[in-house]
Design a protein around this ligand. Structure first.
Ligand SMILES: Cc1cc2nc3c(=O)[nH]c(=O)nc-3n(C[C@H](O)[C@H](O)[C@H](O)COP(=O)(O)O)c2cc1C
Length: 363
């Protein structure tokens, strides 16, 4: 089995879970700089969209070397598109390719991709084989033209900063999934997946039907991990990890090789470390995040930054007012963010500093 970089990671593995609309290149860069995630995974990207030449999707595949190991995630249901995406992702210099078999969103699952694949295990297997074939074609020396990658995509990446690599590595292919569609079927489901020898199976402990309601079923993840551990595939659990201590406790309690942390990382790249940032640090990094966003993702609307700014602005006095100021329509770029935060610091900081030094004095 080709486990690639996964086998070299120090265990327990604690990684950043892929999140569409959140874990873009700027978020991952900031995460890598201030956190210590063992692995970064991109937002999922449509394999079929790439096959059709949707060059805008390449924005999802922008990454910085500081993130390594960095894995690209794809979704879809068409094997030919997975073959092409496998070669493309390898050519872009990613360390791994992950296949999304867990997304419950209608526009994904109703087209047979994401968590809908739990109901079509034969197709799921075909997709893994196709992605691996694409990765191998690249490793064996095929060009993207040979593989049939869309000309518009090739043209875009050839002269683009995301075009990283001419190395011919056979990168590992992994799967991220859920414990079932409308009922828990994870034991049977992982057996199908294991027949295709993915490097890793990451499992979010909810069914598609549950979406994000209730609690993640870690007992189901543990049962799956036992089955997975009869092979050399790694088992990673996911769902509701609050912080690094909670992630480590779950790893010990449920017998997984690692945990992916998702929502708890919102506005908190420090989650992968043991340190808590001061509010000044939060503000400084919020500004830096906005600047990195502009630099790495110039084609994206700055509105995408808003939610991140809101997430940073929490947990200190005056955060609510600062959030409101940053949500004004007049805030259109990183310079505006810096100005608003600077103004706020000049007016509110003396009070806050006083509070902080008082808190230090009284221990
Ligand atoms: C906004 C959002 C977007 C997500 N997008 C993806 C995605 O692109 N690919 C994926 O595999 N999972 C995606 N997920 C699921 C998360 O990776 C993770 O499995 C889920 O949030 C549970 O982990 P958590 O409780 O640590 O957040 C997304 C979740 C959220 C909240």
């Amino acid at each position: 089995m080709n486990q690639g970089f996964w086998s070299k990671l120090k265990k327990p593995i604690i990684g950043l879970s892929p999140m569409d609309g959140v874990t873009d290149a700027a978020f991952r860069f900031i995460g890598a700089k201030y956190g210590k995630s063992h692995v970064h995974i991109t937002e999922f990207t449509s394999a079929e969209g790439l096959a059709a030449g949707a060059v805008k999707l390449l924005d999802d595949f922008i990454y910085s070397d500081i993130e390594r190991p960095v894995v690209a995630q794809i979704f879809g249901s068409d094997a030919e598109a997975f073959y092409k995406a496998g070669a493309l992702v390898a050519a872009l210099g990613f360390d791994g390719l992950d296949i999304n078999m867990g997304c419950p969103a209608r526009n994904v699952a109703e087209h047979g991709g994401g968590a809908a694949l739990i109901r079509t295990p034969k197709l799921a297997q075909e997709l893994i084989r196709a992605a691996k074939k694409g990765v191998k074609a690249w490793a064996d020396g095929a060009t993207l033209e040979d593989v049939g990658v869309h000309q518009a995509i090739i043209a875009q990446i050839t002269d683009h900063k995301i075009y990283k690599s001419q190395t011919r590595n056979e990168i590992p292919v992994s799967v991220k999934t859920r414990i079932g569609y409308d009922a828990v079927v994870i034991e049977d489901w992982v057996k199908y997946l294991l027949e295709e020898e993915p490097a890793v199976i990451s499992i979010h402990g909810r069914t598609l039907k549950q979406l994000y309601s209730g609690s993640a079923d870690w007992d189901a993840i543990a049962r799956a991990a036992q089955i997975i551990h009869e092979t050399s595939t790694l088992a990673i659990g996911n769902g509701d990890a609050k912080d690094i201590g909670d992630a480590k406790a779950k790893i010990a309690a449920y017998g997984v090789d690692g945990v992916l942390i998702g929502r708890a990382s919102f506005g908190n790249p420090w989650i992968f470390t043991d340190s808590a940032p001061s509010h000044d640090e939060k503000l400084r990094v919020a500004i830096e995040h906005a600047r990195v966003f502009e630099e790495l993702l110039p084609r994206k609307n700055f509105l995408h930054m808003r939610k991140h700014l809101c997430w940073y602005m929490s947990g200190f006095d005056g955060a609510k007012e600062l959030r409101a100021a940053l949500m004004q329509p007049s805030v259109k770029n990183a310079a505006d963010v810096e100005r608003i935060i600077g103004d706020w610091q000049r007016s509110a900081a003396p009070d806050l500093r006083l509070q902080e030094s008082f808190a230090t004095l009284i221990g």
